[in-house]
Design a protein around this ligand. Structure first.
Ligand code: GLU
Length: 462
């Protein structure tokens, strides 16, 4: 069977990690079988929906590499379609006009509450045979008995008494179709076979199934994902990292690392933690989705990112880190130079932003290198400066400035002096990096080149 899925965000905010995970699962399920994955913008809440959020959601989807088929569908453009569904239900007798005012309905609910019953509409207009008219809404004739049953792909069998569902409004008095009706019409028109969504929607599903039945249509399969919890297993909050996908982008996460991490949050394939994009598509078949809520772990996300940073082809990593390097004020660093820096520093950084920051001491001119006060006081002593001057003399005249030759030269220098490497290296490192960090000294010097190396040694020794 061909699979058609859709992701249906409401553009009332940026794409958050919960929504991103839903989108990833829907996308994977479709891509696994070469099916279709559609995007539907549920923008009917005109007060809270904003174009900037739609743009941001689309940008985040693109950044994550979640490509959708065809053009995005906008619910605000489809009122006519929804109304044709409402009309069908009116004609077939599965829906009726209702003249009850909101105040009357609220009074019915209140009465039910007082009687210890579930607050509901009492079906007052159900058999009145009213025509269309000012201030009238349309309600569905929900079955009065029986059960609505569906096999949730994640939660298993769910059964609800039809009597629990009151006659829901499917077209409001202002002529606008309601959410459940629009979703059913869209999912049917778009040929959706599998609806994966957050379990905040699980109570809507029996209502949607009742609408499908009234229309004489087959309902798709449904799967409701448990929410993502914080590391302390409480509701995920901003404090825990419940942020938008764009925030992770600006932190310097690799899109694939976020996709991989979120895919593993609530889904498993044996013990495997890291997957290529192709592997995710190959293995994700909608099985092994965990019905228990998963806890978001920012440390593991960063670990996951670090792993991918270490295995990415260098040219790709250099291209990804380039915007962060530009952002930190270095505009024109040639891509081979960035590649060389990536080779030197990628084992030491967990994010692209941290990687770009680690390049800084090697990108500023000697005069702007910032010394760590403690390291400078400890290592740029009179003795340290003497070593630097001696080293500078060698570096001025040596033939090659390649890393392996510099390495040999350093060793020869140490061998011919009465010093140990551990006495010389800290002053040289502080002179080159400004602090006791960085990678191999010979690689640092080869990257800087002779002139810049000598300038740093001269400044530190002065
Ligand atoms: N627009 C809904 C939301 O953002 C999703 C509805 C659905 O997936 O059926 O929560």
């Amino acid at each position: 069977m061909s699979i058609v899925t859709r992701f249906a965000p409401s553009p009332t905010g940026h794409l958050h990690i919960g929504g991103a995970r839903t989108a990833i699962f829907c996308w994977l399920l479709a891509r696994h079988v070469n099916g279709r994955f559609y995007l539907r913008i549920e923008d009917t809440d005109t007060l809270r929906s904003k174009q900037e959020y739609t743009d941001s959601i689309l940008a985040s989807m693109r950044w994550l590499g979640l490509d959708w088929d065809g053009e995005p569908v906008y619910q605000t453009k489809r009122a006519q379609l929804y109304n044709s569904y409402v009309d069908k239900l009116l004609v077939s007798g599965h829906a009726y006009w209702c003249s009850c005012t909101p105040e009357e309905v609220e009074a019915m609910r209140e009465k039910a509450r007082q009687n210890g019953e579930k607050p509901r509409y009492n079906g007052q207009c159900r058999e009145r045979g009213l025509e269309a008219g000012q201030g009238r809404c349309v309600r569905l004739k929900t079955p009065l008995s029986g059960k609505v049953v569906f096999d949730d792909l994640i939660k298993g069998r769910i059964a609800v008494e039809a009597a629990e569902l009151d006659d829901m409004v499917i077209r409001r008095a202002d002529g606008m179709p309601t959410y459940n009706l629009a979703v059913v019409a869209d999912d049917h028109e778009m040929g959706v076979t599998h609806v994966l969504r957050g379990d905040d929607h699980v109570s809507n599903t029996p209502r949607q199934i009742v609408i499908y039945e009234a229309l004489g249509l087959d309902a798709p399969r449904f799967g409701h994902m448990p929410m993502i919890l914080g590391p302390d297993r409480q509701k995920l909050s901003k404090r825990h990292g419940a942020r938008a996908v764009i925030d992770y982008e600006s932190d310097g996460l690799l899109p694939h690392a976020l996709v991989n991490y979120l895919a593993r949050l609530g889904w498993s394939h044996g013990d495997q933690e890291l997957f290529s994009r192709e592997e995710l598509i190959r293995y994700f078949d909608g099985a092994n989705l965990n019905p228990a809520a998963a806890a978001f772990d920012p440390v593991k996300l960063e670990w996951c990112n670090a792993q991918f940073m270490r295995t990415l082809p260098i040219e790709e990593l250099a291209a990804l880190v380039a915007p962060f390097v530009r952002e930190s004020g270095f505009d024109n660093i040639p891509v081979e130079r960035l590649g060389a820096l990536c080779v030197m520093f990628r084992e030491r950084a967990n994010t692209l932003r941290a990687l770009a920051v680690s390049f800084r001491p090697l990108l500023v001119p000697a005069g702007e290198l910032v010394y760590n006060e403690k390291d400078a006081a400890k290592h740029l002593t009179d003795a340290g400066k003497r070593h630097l001057r001696a080293l500078a003399k060698i570096f001025e005249v040596c033939g090659s400035f390649a890393a392996n030759d510099l390495e040999k030269m350093l060793n020869t220098f140490v061998d011919h002096s009465s010093l140990s490497f551990r006495e010389v290296a800290p002053s040289l490192r502080t002179a080159l990096m400004g602090f006791m960090g960085g990678t191999h000294l010979s690689e640092i010097m080869a990257f800087l080149g002779r002139e810049e190396t000598l300038a740093r040694l001269a400044r530190a020794a002065s």
